[in-house]
Design a protein around this ligand. Structure first.
Ligand code: HEC
Ligand code: HEC
Length: 273
């Protein structure tokens, strides 16, 4: 059983916490990244996240006690990431990808929590989400989660390294799997391409080993893409994927190879869905 003493920061692996932070892409939605120095990044929020339901804004998750999450306990942080539930008892919208982060290991969540505490506080207030009936719809989040959990494969805790990087940290499926009208992913079409909203509607590619996906890519080509952003045809990646690739920077070649092996091992699915 994993147990922490009272905010015993000296035993946290901050180096691992920083790696989890970068690879999980927290900064992409919680900071407008005016710095490339991950040790002084301000998680002041305010980043717009476009979805089929409207525009969400990442909140302030800096260690400020009033405007950020500085007053949170590790337990509250864990429940937010694993259950999508706030310390005040309400449920988060899935624009916060907790359905991916719930696969995160206990130790990684703790290291991440303690790393976040080393970052500078910000007193920037949160921006209201720009979606219709926000407060009203939030009350239905338990129903969303019920549908999600009912349809989704059971949570496994013994994920291989590559599967862990894809499912828990990289949250690849959030963009590469299509969703139903309720915004719940179509699990039968796992990673076979989805829709994202970034200044309009964009279709994301199929990354299963199907002909319409990455069947023709060697594992080395996948690793190279995840490192440099160049496809085997020397196309370069743009937009949100470029940011994902930046976030994968702390991973070594073996870890990127683990992702490639996992992608090559899943069911090939045709992306006509
Ligand atoms: C794709 C964008 C996105 C990513 C990536 C993301 N978040 Fe968030 N996060 C959000 C949004 C949007 C909300 C607000 C959800 C709501 O209001 O229901 C949120 C809410 C939160 C909250 C609750 C804050 C509060 O005041 O209650 C915490 C804590 C949090 N995120 C931590 C993280 C951490 C840690 C990571 C990285 C492991 C992360 N987020 C990655 C978009 C994101
Ligand atoms: C925020 C959304 C988002 C996330 C998260 C995301 N991707 Fe992508 N991905 C995209 C987009 C958009 C493209 C298309 C990029 C382009 O055309 O330049 C893409 C392209 C790709 C491609 C190239 C496929 C091709 O046929 O060209 C691969 C491989 C890939 N992603 C793998 C991953 C992996 C692995 C992860 C998780 C570690 C991931 N993606 C997470 C949005 C995302």
């Amino acid at each position: 059983m994993f147990a922490w003493g009272k905010d015993n920061i000296t035993t946290a692996d901050l180096k691992n916490g920083k790696k989890i932070f970068i690879v999980s892409g927290c900064a992409s939605c919680h900071s407008d990244k005016k710095t490339s120095d991950w040790n002084s990044i301000k998680l002041n929020g305010g980043v717009k996240i476009e979805t089929q339901f409207g525009d969400f804004y990442g909140p302030n998750i800096s260690p400020d006690k009033k405007f950020g999450i500085g007053a949170w306990t590790l337990e509250q942080f864990k429940i937010a990431l694993r259950e999508g539930k706030s310390p005040n008892g309400y449920y988060y919208f899935p624009s916060f990808p907790y359905n991916s982060y719930k696969f995160m290991k206990e130790k990684d969540i703790a290291d991440l929590y303690y790393f976040l505490r080393t970052l500078p506080p910000s007193s920037l207030p949160n921006i209201q989400h720009d979606i219709l009936f926000s407060k009203f719809i939030r009350r239905f989040m338990p129903l969303y989660n019920f549908r999600y959990n009912f349809l989704s494969p059971r949570i496994q805790t013994d994920l291989s390294e590559g599967e862990y990087l894809v499912k828990a940290l990289g949250h690849c499926s959030e963009c590469h799997t299509s969703r139903d009208i309720f915004g719940v992913p179509k699990f039968n079409f796992y990673l076979s391409g989805g829709i994202i909203y970034e200044k309009g509607k964009i279709k994301t590619p199929n990354i299963t080993p199907d002909k319409s996906g990455i069947a023709d890519w060697s594992k080395e080509e996948i690793v190279n893409y995840l490192r440099t952003g160049f496809t085997p045809d020397y196309d370069s990646s743009g937009g949100l994927m470029a940011e994902v690739i930046e976030n994968l920077d702390p991973l070594n070649d073996n870890e990127l190879m683990a992702i490639a092996k996992y992608l090559k091992s899943i069911d090939p699915i045709n992306d006509k869905n």
